[in-house]
Ligand binder design. Structure first.
Ligand code: AMP
Length: 196
């Protein structure tokens, strides 16, 4: 199974992706996590991405497409994967379609977490607060100022993917404002119906 979780920052993509990993035994491919690991390791990609990420803007399509192309060739992706935070632009959406086609693969479904924007900044601040309380590092972009820019980037560059996947008959929507377990249940229903 290959699926995409789509939605603005703070919609709950990461949380739901982790639940899917546990239930279905396929990996979560989060380009945000991969880029943060590259920044931490101070690789060439990490050096190029850091300032852009800190500002809440999008890293270049070229960089993220290359990261994903390499990742999906690893053995643990053979049975499928969950794309979390990728694709984020129409160029990336075309790139992933090509990548999969070249490998004789296809996307099963794109699930959009539909949320109320007004709730998002609160969720992001809560995530930062929980990390702080647990003694974990707080993401540099999890604050109100950078969040505004991340949301603008989402509307400018990522939200058009909703129409793109709708037109490709791949889009399914869930109520991302429901309780976490309800969101998971909605996602599982869609997966069951898709694989049926
Ligand atoms: P995330 O953890 O998904 O919120 O991503 C954190 C940051 O990493 C984003 O604000 C972007 O700067 C960068 N990033 C992650 N995924 C992508 C992507 N698919 N395209 C461009 N930039 C990305």
């Amino acid at each position: 199974m290959r699926l995409i979780l789509l939605g603005p920052p703070g919609a709950g993509k990461g949380t739901q992706a982790q639940r899917l990993v546990e239930k279905h035994g396929i990996p979560q491919l989060s380009t945000g996590d991969m880029l943060r690991a590259a920044v931490k390791a101070e690789t060439e990609v990490g050096k190029r991405a850091k300032a852009v990420m800190d500002a809440g803007e999008l890293v270049s399509d070229e960089i993220v497409n290359a990261i994903v192309a390499e990742r999906i060739d690893q053995d643990d992706c053979a049975r499928g994967f969950i794309l979390d935070g990728y694709p984020r632009t129409l160029v990336q959406a075309d790139a992933v379609a090509d990548m999969l086609a070249e490998r004789g693969m296809f996307l099963d479904v794109v699930i959009e977490l539909v949320v109320d924007d007004k709730a998002l900044v609160g969720r992001i601040l809560k995530r930062a607060e929980e990390a702080r309380a647990a003694g974990q590092p707080v993401r540099k972009d999890d604050n109100a100022e950078v969040f505004d820019e991340r949301l603008r980037e989402y509307y400018k560059k990522t939200a058009p993917l909703i129409g793109y996947y709708y037109a490709n008959d791949l889009l399914q929507q869930v109520d991302g404002m429901a309780a976490m377990d309800d969101v998971t249940a909605q996602i599982e229903e869609i997966i069951a119906a898709t694989l049926r």
